[in-house]
Design a protein. Structure first.
Length: 563
């Protein structure tokens, strides 16, 4: 019996980390007589029954969601963070999308949205999209090829009257190789690139740092580039009602939606940065769903009948090193830090199974992710030896920074303090600076060697279902301004040639193989220390039905209904 339990725990870990499908978990569990335990696990993850098996959906009602931080502006081209995109996505749509109705897949499948089909030219430079007919923006104006061009020019054409520098900064990796946008007729758009960009289609469906979605040109002209954030006007299944900063964002069902209408009448998103406040509100019935429950309170909430949903997501919680800081220029120091941190312990003891130890810098839920990749082992003795070899037998003092809350940040201060204690054991005396999320993003984007805020390490939680994410955070073309947009805040450039080659590979299988080699190169060079992969935990009231925890950091709210 004890052997069976150990075997099942191995299967459970493989399932949670994305190495085993739901069907395979049940099959193997049955072979060892652990099917009841498997069913219990699937139930605890909210995956025991598909959405359509939760009863007959009912139309109507208001879903109240507690978010982990205040939202950024509601301009989808110019806002950062998943916490904001989870709301903006319900109001705005792009040419294509991800299928977020499937939970048990390695990564989401690309599907048509405002385009019904697309074609790529033989030279891999021209993408031709056929547009869906009869689509209206929330203000009643038509969606057509001219609207697509107007939006893309806003983000990418510096000579266009509607060009917005902030939108350009946030969408830079989507449109960085754009040559021109052609509109042969009102139902056809051709996007022409200067060079092959293998992950272009997957970049079109990313959000959380600027998105390739469409705003009503009439609304943009009426409210302006700054004002549109207070009047978001897309084509999505939900439309904007009001925002009270620090209190709520209200959206309602779009009565003229072109697609399958949502069941809910309204969604109210409420910012609640304190995990305890979110959990108290859930228990009191003030909210129906919360993001990032505190790990210490999950077991009690489950006992009271609330439902935990979590699963693999494209998320890496990591610290990047400042390679301009003399303390971090020797690779042995960076490798030592990777070996000094007990990531498994953090995932199990501090985060209590709501995360797993990271396996390299590449995010899960993208084509190149390898769940069997071996990262540095936890080995403080070897770490101390490497530090001494690098000329730091007594360690050194340093400053690292993180936020106190925010999108995908989990419990960042306790996590950073865990790292602080681990580093102290090998002689590195790390002082920690913390900031509120929006303030922190402002510092993060400037890079670590910014004169106003020099630090040796800075934390971020991020990832994409696009392999190109590795390029964004490690290619020198993305270093801090003025050289780039700031996502590579540590100034690493050692994998540029490999990244550039992978970017131009159009075959997905070959491209994924190249990115797996890059992930190995990043392990060797250690420009960062990947800590954990979040499982994106949420707690739901038992009356919330139809919610699908897809392998992404945002969700399809059209399937959700209230019992």
């Amino acid at each position: 019996m004890e052997e069976d339990r150990t075997t099942f725990e191995t299967l459970e870990a493989a399932f949670i980390e994305g190495r085993l499908s739901r069907r395979e978990l049940l099959r193997r569990s049955a072979l060892i007589g652990a099917s009841a335990a498997a069913a219990h696990l699937l139930g605890s993850l909210g995956l025991a029954r598909p959405a359509h098996a939760q009863g007959t959906p009912k139309k109507g009602g208001t879903l109240v969601i507690a978010k982990e931080s205040e939202l950024d502006i509601l301009d989808p081209h110019s806002a950062g963070g998943w916490v904001t995109w989870r709301v903006s996505k319900q109001m705005h749509e792009g040419l294509i999308d991800e299928d977020l109705t499937q939970a048990n897949v390695p990564y989401p499948k690309l599907i048509p949205k405002l385009a019904t089909s697309w074609d790529i030219s033989k030279d891999s430079l021209t993408y031709t999209f056929k547009l869906r007919k009869g689509v209206k923006f929330h203000d009643g104006t038509n969606f057509d090829a001219a609207a697509v061009k107007y939006n893309i020019d806003r983000c990418a054409a510096k000579d266009a009257p509607q060009f917005y520098a902030r939108a350009n900064a946030y969408t830079t990796w989507i449109w960085q190789f754009l040559k021109e946008v052609k509109t042969p007729d009102e139902g056809t758009v051709q996007i022409v690139l200067r060079e092959p960009y293998g992950d272009f289609l997957r970049q079109l469906v990313q959000g959380g740092g600027g998105a390739a979605v469409f705003i009503s040109p009439a609304a943009l002209k009426k409210y302006g580039n700054e004002g549109i954030a207070e009047h978001p006007t897309g084509t999505g299944p939900f439309r904007f009602v009001e925002r009270v900063r620090g209190e709520k964002v209200v959206t309602e069902r779009n009565p003229n939606y072109w697609g399958t209408p949502p069941y809910l009448d309204r969604i109210i998103d409420r910012p609640m940065p304190e995990p305890a406040a979110r959990m108290t509100a859930l228990q009191a019935g003030e909210v129906d769903m919360i993001y990032v429950p505190h790990p210490d309170g999950i077991a009690e909430l489950k006992q009271k009948g609330f439902v935990l949903q979590q699963g693999p997501a494209p998320h890496v919680w990591y610290f990047a090193f400042n390679l301009r800081d003399k303390n971090y220029q020797d690779v042995r120091v960076r490798r030592a830090i990777n070996m000094a941190i007990d990531r498994e312990g953090m995932a199990k003891q501090l985060l209590k199974g709501t995360a797993v130890a990271a396996r390299g810098l590449q995010a899960p839920c993208c084509p190149s992710y390898d769940p069997n990749f071996k990262d540095y082992p936890y080995d403080p003795a070897q770490a101390k030896k490497l530090l001494a070899e690098a000329g730091f037998p007594n360690g050194f003092e340093t400053v690292w920074q993180t936020s106190v809350d925010g999108s995908g940040q989990l419990i960042p201060v306790p996590m950073a303090e865990w790292i602080q204690r681990d580093l102290a054991k090998i002689g590195i005396r790390m002082k920690l600076r913390t900031y509120e999320w929006i303030t922190y993003i402002g510092y993060w984007i400037k890079g670590m060697d910014d004169a106003s805020n020099k630090v040796g390490g800075q934390q971020m939680s991020w990832g994409m279902t696009s392999d190109y994410w590795l390029d964004i955070v490690t290619n020198s073309s993305h270093i801090a301004p003025p050289g780039g947009a700031g996502q590579n805040g540590g100034y690493y450039s050692g994998a540029d040639a490999m990244l550039n080659a992978a970017r131009g590979e159009m075959d997905e299988g070959k491209r994924a193989a190249l990115y797996r080699k890059i992930n190995q190169k990043l392990k060797e060079d250690a420009p960062a220390v990947p800590i954990i992969n979040d499982l994106a935990p949420l707690m739901l009231s038992s009356k919330v039905k139809g919610f699908v925890h897809a392998p992404e950091e945002w969700y399809d709210m059209t399937t959700v209904w209230l019992a």
